[in-house]
Design a protein around this ligand. Structure first.
Ligand SMILES: *Cc1c(COP(=O)(O)O)cnc(C)c1O
Length: 465
């Protein structure tokens, strides 16, 4: 299986090269040259344990790049009995009504769904780096949860130095502490005096500097990284297969960078019985607008909302969707030039129609979101995080004639103030991280300036040559 760039300007790469690189050298995102299919095996996916399904999906996308023994070791470390997850199901499925379900993706060490992919990426990196006797500088821009999940997963990877760029004052205390209080020598948290989009732009600028990227052995674990998408497709596949009767299953996905929702699309490509995928956004609604109008256009500035992990203007993975819908790398490259120059582009009508076969988009503002946290508590007696609530608010439960699965993307204890305001109940941190507030924080503060970040990486990364 080989990978090409959505912008057509990079040499085809192997699975491990695409994963170690993160972003393609032409600024595009790696996608498989052809979609693999699991054929009739998808029916079994709902019956197998999580690690087993992950291994089959990894085989579909990595092919001969990973031996069966390597796949087994990697998926067992990520999801086996000794994993960092506190539920053996990894992603427990909770029935809410006759046809409504909640998929709990927040049982990992940093209490957000980002753990699920990051716990797989760490052993995958360790394997590839040991095989190549190489070190890596991993950079990660975070709107709140990717950073914590990357820290938890990579803090024990001795061939990796991790640099996390977080937007100052735009993440919750609990989110920040997962990044700053690990105590790990290979973890470097950097507070950037701006918003998430500025952090993401710095990461892209580091990759665009070929000399710097080469000397630092730079890699990225944002959802630009293909391994993230592959790892996340596993829970869509397993859940759809388990609930399909035998018709399709719909999903509602709280979305920002669209990595999670695109993983659902990938599961569908593998053959999973998936119908529609709802892209639920907060007031930073570029995705909802794009699906409604066909125009992908960034707003003047990103708004700070109560679902901060989705305060994102440019949803990186929309590029993969546009590429899939057009099959035209030149068109994608042109669209993203227009986005950089004039702030937007129009998807061709045929491409928009193709996207709408699977995706719809809807948004919910903070008031709607808070009301949904309250409603859920009153009706279900349980607390949900604000991101999860955006899903329910943007796609109010339809009188579904087929199963609808709402994704719960973070633990409510990551956003205690908002949840307490909406319900009167302050969600406690789970025992496994109850000491989060007792640990010392270590964090550097920098302006939104790629050169300043480069200087810090040069100084601190052990991969630098
Ligand atoms: C990252 C995140 C999202 C959005 O996921 P994308 O893959 O960026 O669309 C939603 N909810 C939470 C809690 C997150 O951390």
């Amino acid at each position: 299986m080989r990978y090409t760039s959505t912008r057509g300007g990079a040499a085809p790469a192997s699975f491990l090269d695409a994963v170690l690189a993160g972003l393609a050298p032409d600024g595009g995102l790696y996608v498989p040259e052809a979609w693999p299919s699991l054929g009739g095996w998808v029916r079994e996916a709902g019956l197998r344990d999580y690690a087993g399904v992950a291994s089959v999906v990894l085989e579909a996308f990595a092919g001969a790049a990973l031996s069966p023994a390597a796949r087994h070791e990697i998926t067992q470390r990520a999801y086996g009995p000794q994993s960092a997850f506190d539920a053996s199901a990894i992603t427990p499925l909770i029935q809410l009504g006759a046809n409504h379900w909640l998929l709990d993706l927040a049982r990992g060490p940093s209490l957000a769904f980002k753990d699920i992919a990051m716990q797989l990426i760490a052993p995958l990196y360790d394997h590839a780096l040991a095989e190549r006797d190489q070190r890596l500088t991993v950079v990660c821009a975070t709107s709140g949860d990717t950073g914590g999940a990357a820290v938890e997963a990579l803090k024990k990877s001795d061939r990796v130095d991790l640099f996390v760029l977080l937007p100052k004052g735009r993440v919750s205390d609990v989110q920040r502490r997962f990044m700053t209080a690990s105590g790990a020598a290979n973890v470097h948290a950097i507070e950037i005096d701006s918003d998430f989009d500025a952090c993401q732009a710095i990461v892209k600028a580091l990759f665009a500097d070929a000399d710097f990227a080469g000397r630092a052995s730079l890699s990225g674990v944002n959802s630009i990284n293909w391994a993230r998408i592959v790892a996340q497709s596993v829970y869509f596949l397993r859940t759809a297969s388990a609930l399909s009767a035998p018709g399709p299953v719909d999903f509602v996905v709280p979305s920002g960078n669209m990595g999670d929702a695109f993983a659902g699309f990938v599961a569908k490509k593998l053959g999973a019985p998936i119908g529609r995928i709802g892209l639920a956004t907060n007031s930073n609604n570029i995705l909802a607008r794009a699906l409604q109008t066909g125009r992908y256009e960034r707003a003047a500035q990103s708004l700070a909302t109560i679902s901060p992990a989705m305060d994102i203007q440019v949803a990186s993975n929309f590029e993969r969707l546009l590429y899939d819908a057009t099959g035209d790398a030149d068109l994608v490259a042109g669209a993203y030039r227009a986005l950089a120059q004039s702030g937007g582009f129009d998807a061709p009508p045929a491409a928009l129609a193709a996207m709408r076969e699977t995706f719809s988009g809807a948004d919910a503002n903070d008031a709607m979101t808070k009301a949904e946290i309250t409603r859920f508590f009153e009706e279900e007696g349980a607390l949900i995080c604000p991101h999860t609530a955006v899903g329910f608010a943007a796609f109010p439960q339809p009188a579904a004639d087929r199963p609808v699965v709402y994704l719960a993307t973070a633990h409510p204890a990551k956003f205690p103030e908002t949840v307490e305001e909406a319900t009167g109940v302050r969600p406690p941190l789970p025992p496994k991280c109850a000491d989060l507030y007792d640990r010392p924080e270590q964090v550097a503060a920098l302006p939104a300036d790629a050169e300043a970040v480069k200087a810090l990486i040069r100084e601190r990364s052990r991969a630098w040559v």
